[in-house]
Write a protein that binds this ligand. Structure first.
Ligand code: DC
Length: 228
């Protein structure tokens, strides 16, 4: 029997394990995994590097016209790295400096249109897992499977802390907690495509689920949606 390829949209708050699940799913299914947040982070990095005034719409449009984003598969990581104008910025975009400004940048209408247009193109051939905030609602409203991931605030802070600690041992739990709370607030209250659960999304609370349990659960859902 031949399974048809589908689109899997994964949305949710930051540090809910979306990327971890998306990556495992893509590997298992032989699909492409696209971390849409990396695009907003790379745009933020460019804006910071070039001191773009976030209030100046024409400066933003000029900057966007100069930004070329691409994803290149990294065999070592078994995941794509994001390139900003042909430079691998996968590590740079994870830094606190970018994390602190990214919600503000992601709330800009022109930035969203720029990113969403590229994301829609990536889904043309299906066989894709994309994670973000508006994937099931705006980017792929037609996705065959939509997941909305949640986890308890304590677990999310702990996960992000452990992730950031590797490159920055000076970071404090308090700082991480504050950044997560602020980003949740900005992501859910912004005017342009705020984070919200699509009506047909399936909620997955992974506070108590291991990675394997999550993958198993979701693979069942995928199976139900694939057909000849
Ligand atoms: O998933 P992440 O933490 O890397 O996302 C970084 C920021 O980008 C986050 O504050 C929200 C924003 N974002 C968005 O607005 N829409 C998306 N599809 C993905 C991320």
């Amino acid at each position: 029997m031949h399974n048809s390829k589908i689109i899997i949209a994964i949305d949710g708050y930051s540090s809910c394990g979306k990327s971890t699940l998306a990556k495992a799913l893509a590997a298992k299914l032989g699909y492409h995994f696209i971390d849409s947040g990396a695009m907003y982070r790379a745009i933020t990095l460019y804006f910071l590097q070039n001191s773009v005034d976030l209030k100046d719409h024409s400066a933003i449009l000029t900057a966007l016209a100069d930004i070329h984003l691409s994803f290149v598969f990294n065999e070592g990581r078994q995941q794509s790295d994001i390139y900003l104008n042909n430079e691998n910025v996968e590590h740079l975009i994870r830094e606190m400096l970018v994390a602190e400004r990214v919600s503000e940048v992601a709330a800009i209408k022109e930035v969203r249109s720029f990113a969403v247009a590229q994301q829609k193109k990536m889904g043309k051939k299906k066989g894709i897992v994309m994670d973000g905030r508006d994937i099931g609602t705006v980017v792929f409203p037609e996705a065959e499977l939509k997941l909305f991931m949640t986890a308890s605030p304590e677990i999310r802070v702990k996960r992000r802390f452990e992730e950031l600690y590797i490159s920055n041992p000076n970071i404090s739990l308090e700082e991480v907690k504050h950044n997560i709370e602020l980003r949740d607030y900005l992501d859910t209250t912004r005017e342009e495509s705020p984070l919200r659960q699509a009506d047909d999304a399936i909620v997955l609370d992974n506070s108590q689920l291991s990675r394997e349990e999550q993958l198993e659960k979701v693979l069942e859902l995928v199976k139900e949606r694939q057909h000849d």
